[in-house]
Each structure stands twice: as C-alpha cells, then as structure tokens.
Design a protein around this ligand. Structure first.
Ligand code: FE2
Ligand code: FE2
Length: 255
C-alpha cells in the first residue's frame, strides 16, 4: 500500500518503485492513495490510467476527491478507483471493490475520518461494519485505507477492524508513522503510510509558500514542491496468508 501520491514527481517515484516491486514479485497487489496525484489536487482520468499502467491495482481518494471535474465520470467508468465509502450516499462512485487475482479475491475499502477532516461524512466505523456484514462478494484478503488526520481515530479504526480485515493503513497526513504492527487478531496496521512525493517540502508543497502562509495568515496558491530529486515512495508491504486473510507481517517502505 502506498501513501498519497503527490504531483508529477510522486507519480514518477511511484511508477519506479511500485512498478519494480510488481515486476520482481515483491508485490502482488498494489493499493495507492491518489487524492493528490494531479498537481496535488485530486485525480484525473488520464492520470489514473497512468497509475494503473505503472502497477497500481486499486486507487483510493480522500478529502481531495472532488478537486478535478472529471473525477465523478472516472468513478462511474472505473470501479478500481474508490472514493471513501462513508461519503454521503448521494455522491458518485463507490468505496469498496473486489478484484479477482491469481491469489483469490482481494477487497479494498476506502474510508475517511471525521476528526479534523470534513463534517459532511457518515460514521466510518458504522459504515465499514455494515459493508463487511452486508457485502456479498467479498474477498478473504481485505485492505482498508483510512484517510484521516487524527492518529487516535485511525488507531481506533485499526483496533475496531482487528481480526476482520487483513490490513488497515492510514493516509492523508503525508508523514509516515513508525507504529507498523500486526494486531492481536491478525490485522496489519500502520497509522500513516506517508507520501509518494518530494520530501524537500512541507508535506509535499513548496516550503516558501507554506511558510508565507503560516507567517502571514494570508491565502496563497499551494504548489507541489519542485524539488523532484527529493521524491520518495512511502508505504508498507503487508504479507497476507491468502487462505485465512490474516497478515503475517507489515514492513514500511521508504525508497
Ligand atoms: Fe493527501
Ligand atoms: Fe487528504
């Protein structure tokens, strides 16, 4: 699973590192958060095709889901692109997909938190609980992206789902946490995967612009940092026993 892909340099590093992992068999299935893939703002059809060609199997979104105007159409066209399942039900798209793979069915669920994010979304706990109970076509291997700001909320989702899914990985902060672990019930967990993007930055954005914002409180157009040479792919490799759906291990990626 890969953290938020940020702009062109994030896409390039994702394609290089995840593509290599796919080709060498180090990764069988790749889930990436693509909410910042289009110059930091959402995801376009063209860029989603590019990321699938690069090795992604499922792309998830977050609070930036509607930054690009063609995302609604993209969600209707391609079921491998997910918006959070607990967005208001009237939104286009879905938050769950099950893909047939040589290892069996893999289900991916996208969720968004409610602490310090948006206030229009349904409860992620009740939403995922209902999905796991009601969804008919669900794989043994289940991966959940919880796109949220608060570490407490993400940890709570991890503990809530322990033993029911293979992995829960946080996204959104763009800063990788060092708390990766397999919980008691067999669910791999990390509070935040980090970011695929320029690390010489402030969470992927141009440092000078963000500093000006903090020092003046004025509005500025945030741009992705142009230091593409500093781009890294952050994420985690989760090893799952596909016969039980339980995780054997989780290992952070910083490449
Ligand atoms: Fe993000
Ligand atoms: Fe976000």
């Amino acid at each position: 699973m890969a953290g938020d892909i940020m702009g062109a340099s994030g896409r390039t590093v994702f394609a290089r590192v995840a593509g290599e992992m796919k080709r060498t068999g180090k990764a069988d299935f790749v889930v990436a958060n693509a909410e910042n893939a289009a110059a930091g703002k959402g995801l376009t059809s063209k860029i989603s095709d590019e990321l699938f060609d690069a090795g992604a199997d499922v792309l998830t979104l977050g609070d930036h889901a509607w930054d690009q105007k063609d995302t609604a159409q993209l969600l209707d066209r391609d079921s491998r692109v997910l918006r959070p399942a607990n967005f208001p039900p009237a939104c286009p798209g879905r938050g769950l997909v099950t893909i047939d793979t040589p290892m069996g069915k893999v289900t991916v669920i996208s969720l968004v938190g409610r602490v310090f994010v948006r206030n229009s979304d349904d409860c992620p706990f009740r939403t995922v609980d209902a999905l796991l109970k009601k969804e008919a076509n669900i794989g043994k291997v289940i991966l959940v992206d919880i796109h949220a700001e608060a570490t407490s909320e993400k940890t709570a989702i991890g503990r809530f789902l322990d033993g029911r899914v293979s992995g829960v990985a946080g996204t959104h902060t763009h800063v990788q946490t060092a708390d990766e672990q397999v919980l008691a019930g067999g669910t791999a967990y990390i509070t935040d995967l980090g970011m695929c993007g320029p690390t010489n930055s402030i969470i992927g954005c141009d440092t000078d612009t963000i500093l000006k914002f903090f020092l003046t409180g004025m509005k500025f157009r945030f741009e992705v940092s142009s230091d593409s040479a500093s781009a890294m792919m952050h994420g985690a490799i989760i090893d799952v026993d596909e016969s039980t759906g339980k995780a054997r291990s989780i290992k952070r990626i910083r490449e």
